[in-house]
Design a binder for this molecule. Structure first.
Ligand code: FMN
Length: 162
């Protein structure tokens, strides 16, 4: 079974979870990087990111040479922005066909996941969604606890697929 982890991360939380997943399962990893990302140091970070979401923007992404078609199981991760997934995933999902795959969704938030999974499940409805998990500010949490949570969760998913 070939596994891919696709994610976007602005501040490192989703990156941390993606790396933890990679430590638990043999997988390739693709970090989506907007050519021009929002300024993560600015006071207006929430406003400019929220505006991108409300305008349904699809920021151009840096080129990548991974094709989801080549994989059986795909983890897709995003921070929650304004109650949904980040614009970089909007670009990816509108430009890349993802069909007939086993999909696992994960998000990082400050506790308000909103409709992130509902929306992703809808866009990815031609796939088999086999899991979803919200992580609350993992970069500020106890790393050992995050590690155990991810490992237990990934083990459960693999067991389901066996
Ligand atoms: C533009 C923007 C909008 C956000 N909206 C939400 C939200 O609706 N609900 C929430 O719980 N957290 C929200 N957050 C917080 C992030 O989801 C949270 O800090 C997450 O862990 C960041 O992941 P990252 O470090 O991978 O970028 C928002 C952050 C940004 C920058």
């Amino acid at each position: 079974m070939k596994t891919l982890i696709i994610y976007y991360s602005l501040d490192g939380n989703t990156h941390m979870i993606a790396e933890e997943i990679k430590n638990s399962i043999n997988a390739d990893i693709l970090r989506l990087k907007p050519v021009h990302d929002i300024n993560k140091k600015g006071l207006f970070k929430i406003l400019s990111g929220g505006k991108q979401v409300l305008r349904n923007e699809k920021p151009a992404l840096e080129a990548f040479n991974i094709n989801p078609e080549d994989y059986d199981l795909i983890f897709i991760g995003t921070p929650v922005w304004a109650g949904t997934f980040a614009p970089a995933l909007n670009t990816f999902l509108s430009e890349t066909a993802v069909k007939n795959k086993n999909i696992v969704l994960f998000c990082c938030s400050r506790g308000g996941k909103g409709k992130v999974f509902i929306k992703l499940c809808d866009i990815l409805r031609e796939n088999n969604i086999i899991g979803e998990m919200e992580f609350l500010s993992p970069a500020k949490s106890n790393p050992d606890e995050v590690n155990i949570k991810v490992k237990t969760w990934v083990d459960d998913i693999i067991e389901k697929l066996d």
